[in-house]
Write a protein of this length. Structure first.
Length: 358
């Protein structure tokens, strides 16, 4: 199975990238990610001065999701330039250096970071208006590929992408964590991390997919789909939405760096089972369907009794009482009650009940 992808001129053996975060806090962490199988690594965001994070600043927020109040790197730019990045010479994977968060800082750091060993730069800011000026500043300073990381929080996302493309950006990372978000510690009767926390992980996958697809529908530009990816199926979904490569951080942080090699194996298995020779061949496979108008014809279902575990989920979630399970795994559907909402098929984990292909 061919999992290889081309990202702005860098050939990756597979699309999995360790996105910027705690695991890439220094050179040792980056080397560990390469050793675990990450095809590329994005550093923590490097700014001239180190940040001081509040304590605590990371917390679990439901299955596979995290809240954080982290800032940028807690190492100063001088340490990255003089120690961390030079020590990564001879590395086994592609190195993406994250920097920002203002045009002035990008103008100051872009060239030194490229000289210190960055293969690509990823520019990041929480201000939509700074994105294109940061790209312009970096483009004047370096010849290596430039990515810009965009946020689903930005109502003018499409305008930001167009402005960045006009300034010469080579690719888009979509998306950053979203928020502000809030979870409470019930025992302490206070916020887990404060009222201005940022949400990442499983909860934001639908937002990330939407952003990736919107960009891919309009622009022939490489997109690193980042946000909520936790499984091989999520990777395939990102690629079908138009992603060239796929970033992840919450999943390897929560599950360990072994997530990379495990997910690569699972991707190979998925392609084999579905008769797909390459992952790149699936890129953008869902985009044509996204251009279609919604249909209104009644849904048709396929039911496989041999796959059914009789869990009853499809019956439980039917708000209209249209489904019931008869003895011997015989599924009954009252068509006069069914509203064709499709929820029953979407909750069937063994895929015993699926929508009939159109």
């Amino acid at each position: 199975m061919d999992l290889s992808v081309d990202l702005c001129g860098s050939r990756l053996p597979h699309p999995l990238i360790l996105a910027s975060g705690p695991l890439s806090w220094n050179a040792a962490g980056i080397r560990a990610a390469y050793a675990a199988g990450a095809a590329a690594v994005v550093t923590k965001t490097i700014r001239p001065r180190a940040t001081t994070n509040p304590t605590p600043h990371i917390a679990a927020a439901g299955a596979g999701s995290l809240l954080n109040t982290e800032g940028w790197s807690d190492l100063p730019a001088t340490q990255w330039l003089e120690e961390e990045l030079p020590s990564l010479a001879g590395r086994s994977g592609v190195l993406v250096v994250s920097t920002g968060q203002t045009p002035a800082e990008v103008a100051e750091l872009a060239a030194p970071l490229a000289h210190a060993g960055a293969d690509l730069l990823e520019l990041v800011s929480y201000r939509a208006g700074d994105a294109a000026p940061m790209v312009a500043a970096a483009r004047r300073a370096v010849s290596i590929p430039i990515l810009v990381k965009v946020s689903a929080n930005w109502a003018n996302l499409e305008e930001v992408v167009e402005a960045c493309l006009a300034e010469g950006v080579d690719g888009i990372t979509a998306i950053d964590s979203v928020g502000p978000a809030l979870r409470l510690d019930l025992h302490r009767r206070r916020p887990l991390l404060g009222s201005g926390a940022w949400l990442s992980g499983r909860a934001i996958l639908p937002l990330a997919l939407r952003a990736v697809a919107e960009i891919a529908l309009r622009h022939p530009v490489p997109v690193i789909g980042t946000g909520g990816v936790a499984s091989a199926e999520d990777v395939v979904e990102m690629v079908m939405a138009g992603a060239t490569a796929v970033g992840a951080h919450s999943a390897p942080l929560l599950q360990g760096l072994g997530w990379f090699s495990t997910t690569v194996t699972q991707m190979e298995r998925w392609l084999r089972l579905h008769g797909e020779p390459s992952l790149a061949g699936l890129r953008g496979a869902a985009l044509d369907a996204l251009r279609e108008q919604p249909g209104h014809a009644p849904l048709e279902f396929l039911f496989s009794p041999e796959s059914c575990t009789e869990c009853g989920r499809c019956v439980t979630v039917c708000a209209y009482g249209a489904r019931r399970m008869a003895p011997d795994r015989h599924m009954l559907l009252d068509r006069s009650l069914c509203r064709s909402c499709g929820l029953c098929a979407s909750v069937c984990s063994p895929e015993a009940l699926v929508l009939r292909p159109s």
